[in-house]
Ligand binder design. Structure first.
Ligand code: ATP
Length: 362
């Protein structure tokens, strides 16, 4: 797993971190100075005839925001539950800052906040009482509890709902309350199982902003979804699962580039259509393949990913071309997902090469 952020030192609340030697990052191949927040090796889990998880290796560096993506039944929930210590794997190693969730449940429970894809709320409790109840259950000291609950309500933007019955909250608000519940003991690692499912676009954006704030605070966040674009917008890196295994992992831009023969689709919109020829020339001078041109809009493919797109921007500016908008072709992410997950397409099926259209741009 490529690091989404430079790993900060292990948190004080990670007792195993200092004692355990740092393992090697599975996908990135770089030696880590400290144990990753989450470390899985050869993890398997079977339910009767179903191989839910089939030998997963995964490292999530401390402080990173990583998306776990896969179609229904890929094994995401089973993987997350094994990290939270809610399920014992049949074989393999699971560690949270070097601690085994099954053998050291007390330590791991303190380190991990778990938000299930579905959680019940207890009617008859106000939002404040609900969080206070969980704060007490997590042994947050009585004197600190009221402040902790207030801070969480501010964070998840439910301060004005503190006296509302939890059953009276909208779906989006209940999701945010569930997030606050997962945070009540101030865990270092957050495991969020499909937190955006069933939310409208505004609620998704609000959730994304809260997660970014938590990421900014140095929390490690592993978030699952079966919608790749949803996670690509908020995560620097993703792990794609299918049929119980990891089929790809890394930064989304790198995954796109590697899958599409090292090319990135780009759309450039100009404020003044008279600059179109100059834009085409500047792009060609960099070796970009110009795919489609219309007045004021140029579609092209550059060899590489973010670095090469940045070079393209410099070249355009250097050529005196004003750019109103530059977008990387987001649809590639869906193509990536479809081509990597067997249920959607047989393994090895090349990604579809749709001609660029206005509607296909992200
Ligand atoms: N407790 C269980 N008993 C039997 N089978 C189970 C159990 N939990 C999971 N499975 C099976 O294991 C496989 C992986 O399930 P899991 O819930 O981990 O997938 P998922 O990727 O989270 O799917 P979804 O996106 O639908 O939530 C599925 O085939 C599921 O039916």
């Amino acid at each position: 797993m490529t690091a989404a952020a430079p790993p900060p030192p292990p948190p004080p609340g990670a007792p195993g971190a200092a004692a355990t030697p740092g393992p090697t990052a599975a996908a990135a191949g770089t030696a880590l100075a400290e144990p990753p927040a989450i470390h899985l090796r050869g993890v398997t889990k079977r339910f009767g005839p179903t191989q839910a998880v089939a030998g997963i290796d995964l490292d999530v560096p401390a402080g990173s925001l990583v998306g776990l993506i896969g179609p229904n039944g890929a094994g995401k929930t089973t993987t997350m539950k094994s990290i939270a210590g809610l399920l014992a794997p049949d074989t393999g190693v699971v560690q949270v800052f070097g601690n085994d969730p099954i053998r050291q449940p007390g330590i791991v429970r303190r380190l991990v906040g778990w938000m299930p894809d579905f959680f019940g709320v207890y009617g008859g409790l106000s939002v404040h009482e609900y969080l206070d109840f969980f704060a007490a259950a997590y042994k947050v000291p009585k004197g600190a509890r009221a402040q902790r609950v207030d801070d969480l309500l501010e964070l998840v933007r439910l301060a004005d709902k503190r006296h509302t019955d939890v059953e009276g909250l909208s779906r989006g608000m209940q999701q945010r309350l569930g997030l606050a519940r997962a945070l009540v003991h101030d865990p270092e690692v957050l495991l969020l199982d499909e937190p955006a499912s069933g939310l409208d676009p505004r609620a998704r954006i609000e959730l994304r902003e809260i997660l970014r704030a938590l990421h900014g605070d140095g929390k490690t966040v592993l978030i699952s979804s079966h919608i790749l674009t949803e996670l690509a917008q908020m995560c620097d890196s993703v792990v794609i699962m299918d049929s119980g295994g990891v089929v790809a992992s890394g930064r989304t831009a790198d995954l796109q580039a590697s899958l599409f023969g090292g090319h990135t689709g780009v759309r450039i919109r100009l404020p003044d259509p008279s600059g179109t020829d100059a834009a085409v020339e500047a792009a060609r001078s960099l070796g970009a393949a110009v795919e489609h041109v219309q007045p004021g809009v140029v579609y092209l493919r550059v060899a590489g990913a973010d670095t090469e797109v940045a070079a393209l921007v410099r070249s355009l500016i250097g050529a005196g071309v004003d750019v109103a908008e530059l977008t990387q072709k987001r649809q590639d992410l869906e193509e990536l997902f479809m081509s990597l997950t067997t249920r959607a397409a047989p393994a090895g099926t090349p990604p579809p090469t749709n001609p660029p259209t206005e509607g296909s741009q992200g």
